[in-house]
Design a binder for this molecule. Structure first.
Ligand SMILES: O=C(O)CCC(=O)C(=O)O
Ligand SMILES: [Fe+2]
Length: 319
């Protein structure tokens, strides 16, 4: 075993490779989170989802800013298609909430006993984890001290989001999708549901049958681990070196699947733009990237646009 410094380097390197080749990686969080905690979150989520529909609808997104609250089966759409899941969404609380502004309302917590207490603790843990993972992801990018500081300052008031998602199984002969292809992800132990699309298998993958062709691969849950997914803002920071990979859920089988994604996002007002050191790096590594620089975005503007695109036209004023 090497020194702490050595271990740090090796971890940074492993993360870097996973981010470049897959856009996804498993992260063992068992030293940060006890398995009992996640089981409890899943139990509380189930307790909410088994409530009568009218009860769940009381927390409807429509009561609030159309981003925070409950969306029933068939209410959410991804890439123009209706998804087969129900979901509770929460975002960072804001000062002076105003539900007429997208994403600027109040969170709607279920009255299920213990729900808020347990999820509140989880959110704090995921915020810490978000910062740590971000540092680890940045470590392999060769950033200057100033760039690291910039990154930190852009997430110090992270406009995090969290979903608590319930997936009834799709009928066996159903060719639909539970969650269309489109981050920290904790899921219950359902194999085969979450899938990630690899456009090009990494060169070191020995599977010659698929070499050069894209394919969906299963991301089965591993006990004690979350699945980390590169999202759009990291893709911009790294000028496309770390890609936000397509993923989807096709949940068949017999159980009602729960997943609890946590999205560690930049501050609402953060200006996200490619980091100069990484622009140089992408040009030397990624041929497709040559000469292309990602456009900067303000995170909050990106988010509001995305939320507006996510709902069916007849349900809200944002459509
Ligand atoms: O349920 C899952 O495993 C995936 C959920 C997901 O991708 C998302 O909420 O963005
Ligand atoms: Fe996702």
């Amino acid at each position: 075993m090497g020194s702490t410094e050595q271990a740090r380097k090796e971890t940074a390197q492993a993360i870097r490779e996973a981010c470049i080749n897959y856009g996804f990686f498993y992260l063992d969080i068992s030293s940060h989170v006890d398995a009992i905690e996640t089981e409890e979150l899943v139990r509380l989520a189930r307790e909410f989802f088994v409530l009568p529909q009218e009860e769940k609808d009381r927390l409807s997104l429509r009561n609030e800013d159309h981003a925070r609250g409950y969306s029933r089966l068939g209410q959410s759409i991804t890439a123009g298609k209706v998804d087969k899941h129900e979901e509770l969404d929460f975002f960072r609380p804001v000062e002076n909430p105003d539900k007429t502004k997208v994403c600027w309302g109040n969170n709607q917590w279920p009255t299920v006993e213990g729900f808020w207490d347990k999820y509140k603790i989880w959110i704090e843990k995921m915020k810490v984890l978000g910062r740590v993972v971000m540092e680890a992801m940045a470590e392999g990018l060769g950033l200057t001290a100033e760039e690291r500081e910039t990154l930190r300052s852009l997430v110090n008031g992270s406009f995090w989001a969290m979903g608590v998602i319930g997936y009834p199984p799709l009928p066996d002969d159903h060719d639909g999708i539970s969650f269309g292809s489109h981050k920290f992800l904790h899921t219950d132990s359902t194999p085969g549901a979450l899938q990630v699309y690899l456009h090009k298998l990494p060169n070191n993958d020995n599977n010659s049958e698929y070499a050069g062709k894209g394919q969906w691969i299963n991301v089965d849950p591993i006990p004690g681990c979350v699945v980390c997914n590169i999202a759009s803002m990291f893709e911009i920071w790294t000028n496309g070196l770390y890609k936000s990979t397509l993923h989807r859920v096709i949940h068949k089988g017999t159980n009602y699947r729960i997943s609890i994604p946590f999205f560690f996002e930049p501050n609402f007002n953060a200006l996200v733009e490619p980091l100069p050191s990484v622009i140089a790096l992408t040009e030397s590594i990624n041929e497709e990237q040559l000469g292309r620089t990602y456009e900067p975005v303000v995170y909050g503007e990106f988010l509001v646009k995305k939320v507006k695109n996510n709902f069916l036209p007849d349900i809200g004023k944002y459509a």
